[in-house]
Design a protein around this ligand. Structure first.
Ligand SMILES: [Zn+2]
Length: 1019
């Protein structure tokens, strides 16, 4: 730079700075005090960091800053450096989101720092928003897990700081669910909800119409009462275009305002800022825009950002074209609200998400199906374990469910259960779940022993009975039941039901003996059936026991023992299994057939439901003698070849993205005959579909649905192709491109193939672009019948053709899809000497109902899938069990049961001795002619032995009183005529009657104190 140009620049700077502006190169007091200025374009500068609680590194590695060769990221640096940076200027502000990190940091701070943080929080300079332990995913998470992980974070914030987060900040999840908007948004008391990942075509449309900021009405049932302001960022959650990244190693030009140094650039940087602001204002309503100043793991040296933002705010406001201010999403939201604008309405959800024409993020709906199943299994277990923890009395020092709760909370992160993390991080989530499970398992066993020894819910700590459990039943491994019964000894099976209804189900446990008798708790022999265990199951068992337990069991079980169990609500029943040679009442062996030995068409089903197969065992006729429904359906497998990224568009199919490159039907090997097992309790059809898919179809005598168990893998890759395996159910139903999938396991949303209800879609990916997340189920209807399929974990699903439903069950891919994880989704399992592709085991369930009747099964049975019966095993010598134990128990009044349309979501003793109770109505308005009605729960009969001294209804996350929340929440204006609505909610609970009413879809949360209780509750 020559002297002439330097002189010119100095002159320009002097004009801009004016007197006292530091032209002498000395200390400059930057004026950062601007607030909102009326009549000007207000640029809300929102400093933030996005800290994934695990992705490329584990949550702990991110926290302490280890494993930096993968990613230079240390959350401790962020929080440590934040404190002095915020103290330096009282106008600086920051938001922090992920409580899992914040809590790790908080417990390590001294009292001085803690007091400082409390001061920063109370003055609003630091704000905790979103407030869950993680920023949960919205496609592959179950709403109960969303509630639990949010509650954990929100209650900590309330207990420690007395604060209530008021803004949802889901800036990174890959698409957004209706349940997030209305349930985890409005119902936790949030005033607004910010995010950015919506379909690129939708975004382009919204930019043109200035509809990136909307009122999202996510619930058909609640209508406007659960509206929330939703702000979609125009591009991403990073600083605006124009180079405003200020991490120490970023290369955006810093604001150089010292005239004694080279490269003075104040005017240029001010112009950049104003240009970015004007561009964003052009697509935004009102004169408020937000600059999200930060991104993943930024602010590791917070001063490097704040120094630049101080200068930008100072010089931009001196320039005067726009008004820049340090802000937070709360301040921004209040400014939007104060504008008194009516906003466009958004209904339904934001799935699926695509960021480019060939990049639909619909692969992760299925990625890592074993982890997804583990998370779901642990979620149901956590619900049951907390009930048993409450019955036993929460231990102050010993075993609790807390560790499982923490592990589950982390697992809901948008790079955890989604399957979009690196393999070592997926292992870390699983390890945490396993550790949490172990503690909860011991607690559950102790509690069940207490309850069965005493029959009362009084506090108990050291029972004599030992119970064991079998979390590996899915791989046919249950050491507690695989016994050689010596004379006089028997296996005690205690069956716990965490649902609020009585439950009839069929239990299956592996056994060694072929001569077995089962007695119920009153000593009666009950019908049972032995089914030979498939070789595929035994192989899977062997492999995984070796790989994960380092053991190989010499003796293998030979049979599944199946017997019906009947269990009271919130209670248990006990069954006794023993070996009795040549007794008349031993369990029936299943009769075995192979297809070749049966002449006529094959039919299974001993009860009302029958499946009749054609000669090729492909097409079956489904007939239900009770409902008179008859329908043909064919069930097949196929795989999509994962795009390898070598074509003109290098987008590969990977952990996030599903991009098929051809469909390959899987023809069942006609050389291998199916095996048919029949017996008094259930019939099974076993089929080896090909060398890597085994399938068992079951019809139970007492049940009216078809259960299909699949064992899939290792998916072969020796042809060099990644594969994405789907099963499909094909009928001739005329479904008019329409199907329904659940939103985070709760509401059902109508989907129309190749169509979006609120914007016009150009179809580039006719398969991947029609995939939706399925957590509970998917169904189609044709005016006379409904075909429903329910799932045991989160999967991707669609109806690619009329009359058809498909579920993607497994995927194994060889290329990375370029969204940062930098690993191919090629899961392998290694035992001592070899590694193989992951094998998964799972189930889905199918039912065909008359039109209008399907909801009942989807809701009731859906709850049973989520909360399977919990089995605990012990042994008795002789017949003395009943002398020392109560054989059956219900925590509720023995004549009481929750209504069919209400589920108990949470029953948990909190640390302060109060009890968290959550009840959920299971039906949407109009979903079922009888069951969508107002429901009542009589708490006196739910807690017959306890006296409720106080009951307070709270927000969904139990951090504030419900009434106060409703009063405080902003009521936004919506464009268009007001909706004609008739929203039914339960109304206040009369503390003398203690009856809770619930309207359709209502989830009500209460903090209850019992008479023996303690004082000083949080709410
Ligand atoms: Zn993220």
């Amino acid at each position: 730079m020559g002297p002439v140009r330097l002189a010119l620049l100095l002159a320009a700077a002097a004009v801009l700075l004016g007197p006292g502006g530091g032209a002498e190169g000395l200390y400059i007091p930057y004026n950062t005090s601007a607030g909102v200025v009326k009549g000007k374009l207000n640029v809300h500068v929102v400093p933030h960091t996005h800290d994934d609680v695990g992705w490329l590194k584990t949550v702990d590695q991110y926290y302490v800053g280890s494993n930096n060769s993968i990613q230079g990221a240390c959350v401790q640096n962020v929080l440590d450096s934040l404190v002095p940076a915020l103290l330096k200027d009282e106008n600086r502000k920051f938001i922090y989101v992920e409580q899992a990190f914040f809590q790790r940091w908080w417990r390590q701070q001294n009292d001085i720092i803690k007091d400082t943080i409390k001061g920063l929080l109370s003055s609003g300079r630091l704000e905790l928003i979103n407030g869950g332990m993680c920023m949960h995913d919205e496609a592959t998470v179950h709403y109960i897990d969303m509630i639990d992980q949010t509650t954990l974070g929100h209650r900590f914030i309330k207990e420690e700081f007395g604060l209530i987060p008021r803004i949802g900040w889901q800036i990174d999840p890959f698409g957004h669910s209706a349940v997030q908007a209305y349930l985890l948004g409005a119902e936790v008391g949030f005033d607004a909800f910010y995010f950015f990942r919506i379909d690129y075509q939708d975004r382009d449309t919204r930019k043109g119409t200035k509809e990136l900021e909307v009122i999202w009405r996510g619930s058909k049932t609640f209508g406007s009462s659960a509206d929330i302001f939703a702000g979609i960022f125009p591009k991403n959650y990073e600083p605006p275009p124009g180079e405003f990244y200020f991490e120490v190693d970023d290369d955006s030009p810093v604001v150089q305002d010292d005239p004694l140094l080279f490269d003075y650039n104040v005017e240029q940087r001010v112009n950049d800022f104003v240009a970015a602001a004007v561009a964003q204002a052009n697509i935004t309503r009102t004169n408020h825009i937000m600059f999200t100043m930060g991104t993943d793991f930024k602010y590791q040296y917070a001063e490097s950002w704040f120094r630049q933002m101080d200068k930008l705010i100072h010089y931009v406001n001196k320039d005067g074209r726009v008004n820049a201010l340090y802000s937070t999403p709360s301040i921004y939201t209040d400014a939007k609200f104060a504008s008194n604008e009516a906003w466009p309405l958004k209904t339904n959800d934001f799935f699926p998400y695509a960021d480019k024409p060939n990049a639909y993020w619909t692969g992760y709906f299925t990625s890592r199906p074993a982890l997804k199943q583990y998370v779901r299994m642990m979620s149901g277990y956590y619900l049951a374990a907390r009930q048993l923890e409450f019955f036993k009395g929460r231990s102050k020092s010993g075993l609790t469910t807390d560790s499982l709760g923490d592990a589950l909370a982390l697992a809901q992160h948008h790079d955890a259960v989604t399957g979009t993390e690196k393999q070592h991080v997926a292992n870390d989530y699983a390890k945490r779940l396993s550790i949490g499970y172990k503690k909860a398992e011991e607690l559950v066993s102790t509690s069940l022993a207490c309850l069965s020894e005493s029959g009362s819910k009084s506090r108990c700590s050291s029972p004599k009975t030992n119970f064991g459990q079998c979390p590996l039943l899915n791989i046919t491994y249950c050491p507690h039941s695989e016994l050689n019964f010596s004379p006089g000894k028997s296996l005690v099976v205690l069956v716990y039901n965490s649902l609020g209804w009585k439950r009839e189900d069929v239990l299956r446990i592996p056994v060694m003996s072929d001569s077995i008798v089962v007695h119920d708790s009153e000593g009666r022999e009950i019908e049972s059936q032995l089914l030979p265990i498939a070789n595929t199951s035994l192989y899977t068992r062997d492999k995984h026991v070796k790989a994960y337990l380092g053991a190989s069991s010499a003796a293998k079980p030979k049979f599944w023992l199946a017997f019906p169990a009947s269990v009271p609500p919130l209670g248990f029943n006990t069954y006794f299994v023993s070996s009795e040679k040549k007794s008349a009442s031993v369990s029936s062996p299943s009769s075995l057939y192979s297809q070749g030995s049966e002449n006529s068409n094959l039919q299974i089903g001993q009860g009302r439901l029958k499946l009749q197969y054609d000669a090729a065992v492909a097409l079956s006729l489904y007939s239900d003698s009770k409902t008179q429904v008859q329908a043909n359906f064919e069930q097949k497998y196929k795989y999509y070849i994962g795009q390898d990224g070598n074509g003109s568009d290098p987008q590969a199919s990977g952990a996030y993205i599903f991009r098929p490159n051809g469909t390959v039907p899987i023809n069942t090997d006609s050389q291998v005959h199916p095996t048919i097992l029949r017996g008094p309790i259930l019939d099974e059809v076993h089929r080896q579909i090909n060398s890597w898919i085994y399938q068992i179809t079951r019809v139970y005598k007492g049940k009216d649905y078809v259960e299909t168990e699949f064992i899939i893998g290792p998916i072969p890759i020796d042809d060099g192709n990644g594969k994405e395996l789907s099963t499909e159910i094909i009928t001739n139903m005329a479904t008019n491109r329409t199907f329904y999938t659940d939103s985070s396991g709760r509401d059902f949303i109508k989907r129309v193939r190749d169509y979006r209800s609120e914007w016009k879609i150009e179809v580039n990916q006719p398969i991947a672009g029609n995939y939706y997340p399925v957590n509970l189920g998917i169904y189609v209807e044709d005016g006379s019948k409904e075909l429903s399929v329910l799932v045991d974990r989160s999967v991707g699903g669609s109806s690619i053709k009329d009359g058809q439903i498909e579920l993607m069950l497994h995927r194994r891919l060889l290329h990375d899809d370029g969204r940062g994880v930098a690993e191919a989704l090629n899961e392998t399992v290694c035992s001592i000497d070899q590694c193989e592709g992951l094998v998964i085991e799972g189930k889905y369930y199918l039912k065909i109902d008359p039109q209008g009747e399907g909801a009942r099964w989807r809701r009731t049975f859906g709850q049973e899938i989520y909360s399977p019966l919990l089995l605990a095993f012990s042994e008795q010598d002789g017949g003395n069990w009943v002398n020392s134990h109560v054989p059956s128990f219900s925590a509720m009044d023995p004549t009481y049961s929750l209504p069919e349309n209400v589920a108990l979501l949470t029953l948990q003793e909190l640390e302060d001795g109060s009890v968290l109770l959550r009840l959920a109505h299971l039906y949407e308005a109009g979903e079922h002619k009888d069951l969508s009605a107002l429901a009542s729960v009589d708490l006196k009969r739910v807690f017959p032995d306890k006296k409720i001294s106080k009951i307070v209804e709270t927000s969904l996350s139990a951090n504030q009183e419900r009434a106060a929340m409703e009063k405080k929440r902003l009521k936004w204006k919506v464009e268009g005529p007001p909706p004609g609505e008739n929203v039914v909610r339960g109304g206040p609970v009369d503390p003398s009657k203690l009856v809770v009413n619930l309207g359709p879809m209502e989830i009500r949360t209460f903090i209850i104190s019992f008479d023996h209780g303690f004082t000083q509750h949080l709410i």
